[in-house]
Design a protein. Sequence first.
Length: 343
Amino acid sequence: MVRKGALLFAMVILALFVSMEVGAANYKPEYKMSIVVGPQGPWGESAARFAEGVKKATDGRINIKPYYSGQLFAGKQTNEFLLMKQGVIDFAVGSTINWSTTVKELNLFNLPFFFPDYKALDAVEYGEVGKQLFKLIEEKGVVGLGWEENGYRDLTNSKRAVKKPEDLEGLKIRVVGSPIFIDTYKAMGANPVSMNWGEALSAFQQGTVDGQENPIVSVIIPNKLWQVNKYITLWHNAIDPIILSVSKEVWDSFTPEDRKAMGKVAEEVVSWQKKASREGQEGKMEVINTLKKEGMDVTVLTPAQENVFKEKTKSVYDKWTAEIGLDLVKTAEKDVQKAMTGK
């Protein structure tokens, strides 16, 4: 009886081993991962950490190669989600802003002045809304492995300090190719110009575009934007979550064991990335001192000043609430309110 039990156990183990080997035999020699930014900074570094972690956790069965600076989407960063869905890109550490042109519900994070702080953002991402958004993207062919972030998008320009909407009048501001940003900046009196980031850097140097908005830690400091933009305004206009993700078709091709291992690596990486992205951002004094040291004129808006901009963009908020879905926005508003008041 004992011998039969031992034999049965051995057969089960062998079957599992064979199953894993057959699955691994169907794996690609390389899986392509898309990243909009370069390898420096928390966003880019998280891609390398994930690739290294997955390779180790799967004993070399899954080899992910990060392709930085938008190499995989042929110059148009808003195509990234579609290319994942089509199987051209296997993995991505993708911005919800870029994906929002395909998944309109992700414009929730682009609503002007919606998230007052990181506590409010966490409440939405890890609550019912975050689950709904991951379900939506999976239905469209992409599996979300975890929430990362690029941070609050702060405004820089080469012309003047921006403290009120009137200060934006006539300024050419580079924005990503998402219509809500065009609407937001037009409402504030600016002249928004949609272009990819690589083109924008050249435009700043040539003086054909006056400014841009991006997170300080991951974009403004690594790209030394003080060389082309003297003025910066720190506000809470929009925040830029990032999703560590994999094509559903690719995800389904992995064995359950490898999916479990990958999920554990993802959990560790997104936790590290969020912490790294927020360092210096919440108190802001460290980054403010860095920017001032580099010669930037720093404006930090007060809550009252932010409210003036918020009122100026209310029509954009209302228009895009209808686009995103009233129920989804209302649920997110309740989560934000609870995070801020505890009620």
